[in-house]
Design a protein around this ligand. Structure first.
Ligand code: ATP
Ligand code: MG
Length: 339
């Protein structure tokens, strides 16, 4: 594929293909392969990258070798247009880019500080904790704040809320929005909700979400919760390996969505009691075993502390393990009032 030259002689058509990152840009690909690829419904280079070569081959019937070629060409294109990091990039360039990375405020200054400025785009932030620890409240609050402008902690974008536990409440959005002096009906308009009824339904929603993300200027993808459906469907030891495989695929696909679309992903996760208890405290582990441990960029444990909540950064590539106090009120997640 020749990225530099214009196969259509700088026609308007080529410009629009480039803007939409259409797979037609894979001009080195034989026409039969291209039409075979189109039959899968994957029409954008971002789709190709999100699927990955294995899925691509399974969906299209195209050989693994050809799919690897197509995948690498798609990556090269996304590198060219700056969506993905170029191969062999000086660390200084990465650092400069990271300083400008989009972040969404959580609503609490303390919590934002713990995250280095808020929920990061291109990354997965996982929050886990017991019932009532504030996971869903954080999801609701972030869906409102993402819509604000950058000076107010938002990204001028919408939220896509995948609700697997039937706990999304428009009434709560209305209250948070009003408390933050926003227009509740406008706020609700910018939150797209998808209720997932089974793990395979959740996977379908996720694969369809890419269209919505582009069309609705989505900057925040929420999964509340990410794996509850898998946990309830795949029971017992015999189902464990299949469950882990499916969840592994899920989180990798989420990660690729976050990176290719440069959106923030917020995952709520359940807890399971850990046998490692100390000093009379039951300790909790995030559900899902090692799958999320390796895939989430930031993992945060939430717990109740009298009327407040505590958030602890448990795993991060660049933050120390530390904790902060936040609280929940009409406006959603906020800082505790100083008495
Ligand atoms: P689960 O595991 O059950 O899903 P969760 O971590 O998602 O739990 P949340 O729904 O985020 O729990 O938190 C519920 C808590 O949020 C309530 O117990 C209450 O303390 C608090 N809360 C909810 N709405 C309000 C409100 N309007 N004002 C103040 N606090 C609220
Ligand atoms: Mg919840």
């Amino acid at each position: 594929m020749n990225h530099g030259s214009d196969p259509d002689n700088s026609s308007f058509d080529h410009k629009s293909k480039k803007e939409s990152l259409s797979i037609d840009l894979l001009s080195d690909l034989p026409t039969e392969l291209l039409s075979q690829l189109k039959k899968t419904g994957l029409l954008s280079l971002k789709d190709i990258v999100i699927e990955g070569p294995f899925e691509l081959s399974a969906k299209s019937g195209i050989s693994m070798d050809d799919c690897n070629f197509i995948y690498n060409q798609a990556i090269a294109y996304l590198e060219d247009v700056g969506i993905m990091e170029k191969r062999f990039t000086p660390a200084t360039t990465i650092y400069d880019k990271r300083k400008k990375i989009g972040r969404i405020s959580t609503g609490s200054k303390n919590f934002d500080k713990l995250l280095g400025g808020g929920l990061e785009t291109g990354a997965i932030t996982e929050v886990y904790g017991e019932f009532g620890s504030g996971k869903t409240q954080l999801c609701h609050t972030a869906s409102v704040i993402v819509q604000l402008n950058r000076n107010q902690g938002g990204l001028d974008g919408g939220a896509l809320y995948i609700d697997t536990e039937n706990t999304f409440r428009p009434e709560r959005i209305e209250t948070i929005s009003r408390a933050r002096r926003q227009n509740p009906s406008q706020t609700l308009d910018n939150i797209i909700v998808a209720r997932a009824y089974s793990s395979s339904h959740q996977e379908l929603i996720l694969s369809e979400s890419r269209r919505i993300i582009e069309a609705q200027n989505i900057k925040l993808l929420i999964l509340d919760s990410a794996i509850s459906l898998y946990r309830s469907e795949y029971l017992g030891l015999s189902a464990l390996s299949l469950r882990q495989q499916r969840m592994n695929k899920l989180v990798h696909s989420i990660m690729r969505i976050a990176q290719t679309h440069q959106i923030a992903v917020l995952l709520a996760n359940q807890v399971q009691s850990s046998p490692e208890t100390g000093f009379g405290n039951t300790s909790f582990k995030a559900a899902g075993g090692n799958i999320f441990a390796h895939s989430s960029t930031y993992r945060i444990f939430l717990r109740k502390s009298n009327r407040n909540r505590i958030a602890r950064m448990v795993d991060s590539p660049n933050h120390p393990e530390s904790e902060i106090v936040f609280s929940i009120d009409e406006s959603g997640i906020t800082d505790p009032q100083k008495i």
